[in-house]
Design a protein around this ligand. Structure first.
Ligand code: HEM
Ligand SMILES: *[C@@H]1O[C@H](CO)[C@@H](O)[C@H](O)[C@H]1NC(C)=O
Ligand SMILES: *[C@@H]1O[C@H](CO)[C@@H](O)[C@H](O)[C@H]1NC(C)=O
Length: 380
């Protein structure tokens, strides 16, 4: 057993060396893989992104979620948290407006894609250590710089960090260091949903999260990948206390934003042939894996139910297409794509709130939680 695993690792390390060349820093990580303690299995993510991030992947091992959570209740959070004078240390009536203004400004200056980035950032924060802004950290005591943003699902992919930093500064200008980065992220994802949906998705966000102080790249293995099977998607959402219905609802976020070619060029044959031809051109065959295309070919910048109409011939990922592979999920897709858009839009709002309840830290615990002064690093 151990010998076989070691051999597998050896092959992987050799492969890494081959692909990345003799760079001392990279090989250093390759060697540390040999210790066997730091290995993570990335399910549903193509090999090139895994290798690029240099996280050990023991290929072929079954996925075992590190944590299994109960359905998130959000106990300890409250709507209007910063507007409530009884929350003495957190009282900051300008907080939500400050975040909203920062998101509006970013969308105005950078385009609607940045709103998509914020919604995804919130999802990737929620699924790893809960909504504690761990995804924003560039360096921590235990991880060094090998934080979540270096993990395969995140590296060279997430965007919107600058918007969160600007929103943080704006809340500090309004009332000092009272608003957590985790709450700012939840507010920003809400505001982006509102703006990108043209006001059709609008919901109050319970707040009162504290920021965490750790973040590890290897823990991003809890995020599903574009090649994940339906069963893997269900399991990874269930591990966070989210239902299959939540998973189908939240996947509708793929009606906005962009994706890199490497995630879908392998399945062009399964798509509508004209669409596949266009994608093939945009991706230069498989020659430009890092080119980006819109996820929704019909209404690329509008957060709407078009995603469900696109399944399964006009969606990019296998993980999108599989939503019609079981009767249960297909039925939900069919309901969502019917012209009555209000159903999906209210479901989405509720599911975003539920996702925002995952693993929240609602108490100030020295050396574990804090209100970060700067969102990309822990307090000194
Ligand atoms: C169901 C499992 C999911 C999988 C396998 C998945 C996978 C992906 C992948 C591979 C990309 C492209 C990244 C890149 O090319 O660099 C992407 C983009 C995106 N995803 Fe997901 N995702 C899932 C669920 C979600 C959820 C729950 C949300 C939010 C509620 C979300 C929001 C987005 C957005 C907005 C983008 C575009 C980001 C941008 O343009 O910057 N996804 N997703
Ligand atoms: C297209 O892909 C080929 C490799 O297949 C590559 O040599 C070429 O540079 C690519 N073209 C562009 C415009 O990126
Ligand atoms: C369905 O949506 C299309 C496109 O938005 C619209 O033209 C049509 O009138 C709608 N049909 C119904 C029955 O609402």
């Amino acid at each position: 057993m151990a010998a076989a695993a070691a051999k597998k690792l050896g092959i992987l390390v050799a492969l890494l060396a081959l692909l990345v060349g003799p760079s001392a820093g990279l090989l250093g990580i390759g060697i540390s893989i040999g210790s066997g303690t730091d290995c993570t299995v990335f399910v549903g993510w193509p090999l090139p992104v895994i290798l690029r991030s240099l996280i050990c992947g023991l290929l072929g091992q079954p996925y075992t979620p590190p944590i299994w959570r109960d359905e998130p209740t959000g106990a300890g959070l409250s709507v209007g948290y910063y507007n409530n004078p009884r929350n003495t240390d957190a009282y900051c009536p300008g907080a939500e407006t400050a975040v909203r203004n920062a998101v509006e400004k970013a969308i105005y200056q950078q385009g609607r894609g940045i709103g998509a980035g914020l919604i995804r950032l919130f999802f990737h924060d929620a699924f790893v250590r809960g909504c504690d802004a761990s995804v924003l950290l560039r360096t921590t005591a235990l991880a060094g710089t090998n934080t979540e943003m270096e993990g395969p699902p995140n590296k060279d992919s997430l965007r919107g960090f600058d918007v969160i930093d600007a929103a943080k500064e704006a809340t500090k200008a309004a009332c000092g260091n009272r608003v957590s980065c985790a709450d700012i992220l939840a507010f920003a994802a809400r505001d982006a949903s509102d703006i990108l949906s043209g006001g059709n998705i609008r919901y109050p966000v319970p707040a009162g999260r504290y920021d965490g102080r750790e973040s590890f790249a290897k823990e991003t293995g809890q995020l599903p990948g574009p090649d994940s099977s339906l069963q893997e998607l269900q399991m990874m959402f269930a591990a966070q206390g989210l239902s299959t219905a939540d998973m189908v609802t939240l996947s509708g976020a793929h009606s906005i934003g962009q994706a890199r070619c490497l995630f879908f060029t392998g399945r062009l044959a399964a798509m509508d042939s004209d669409y596949a031809r266009r994608l093939n051109t945009a991706c230069n065959g498989t020659g430009s894996p890092n080119n980006r295309v819109d996820q929704d070919p019909v209404s690329a910048t509008v957060l709407d139910n078009q995603y469900y109409k696109n399944i399964d011939k006009f969606v990019l990922f296998g993980s999108d297409a599989v939503l019609v592979s079981s009767p249960e999920t297909k039925q939900q897709v069919d309901v969502n794509k019917a012209n009555l858009t209000s159903r999906w839009e209210s479901d989405f709002a509720a599911a975003m709130v539920k996702m925002g309840n995952i693993g929240v830290k609602t108490a100030l615990v020295p050396s574990e939680t804090e209100i970060r002064e700067v969102c990309w690093r822990v307090n000194a």
